[in-house]
Design a protein around this ligand. Sequence first.
Ligand SMILES: [Zn+2]
Ligand SMILES: [Zn+2]
Length: 258
Amino acid sequence: MLAILVFFFIHWFFSLFFHSFFLHRFASHKMYLMSKNWERTFYILTWLAQGSSFLVPRAYGVMHRMHHVYSDTEKDPHSPHFFKDVYQMMRSTILIFRSFLTGKNIPDPQFTQEYLPVWDNLDRFGHHALTRLFFMASYTSFYLLFAPNFWFYLLLPIHFLMGPIQGAIVNWCGHKYGYSNFNNGDFSKNTTPWGILLMGELFQNNHHYDKESANFAQKWYEFDLTYQIMRAFNKVGIIQIIEEQVIAVEEVRIAKAA
Ligand SMILES: [Zn+2]
Ligand SMILES: [Zn+2]
């Protein structure tokens, strides 16, 4: 039983971290800079972490940028206020996501102007049905080896759809339940204490207020785990958080002026 629980939590947090760190904060918002080699490394790790539910970064980025511009209006690709349940919202989101990938839906240029990470070969390979099936078979094999009884197999669909499930929790709860620090003109909320389990992503109200800010936590009692890891990466030189660079330049300017 322990092996299954450890596997579940590792997969949950590994997938969530790269979802938050790479797909959301880099592919969609470009909150930090990094070398091309690090970008490729994190690209591969995002694919491995999400496995069967790999979300192709360029389609994710476009859809997420739309979400910010049209937040909680009819044009928002996944506002909980326009769907009767989470399943309908997820279904619609997946259809829009696919239509961007197949080229059936050409996004408005305002959503593609800013840099979007693209790696054609990996995108094609990771999105291929056989690759997704391979990951699903791997998760199932692990359960066949270690699950103590049938009930544990009920966790398998969460492994299969990990990326979209985590996205659906954030989009549904983060625009429906919790408190607001700011009036953003939408329904974005900070859904604590569940925010801890979603690594900062459930501070939607803070994030919609200032989408450039790498730190989603604004009050002393809020904690954004992804941002803390980003700070560590920033410190050792793996990434350069743009916001911190601006602050550093400003500090030098003030010091010089004094
Ligand atoms: Zn965002
Ligand atoms: Zn949102």
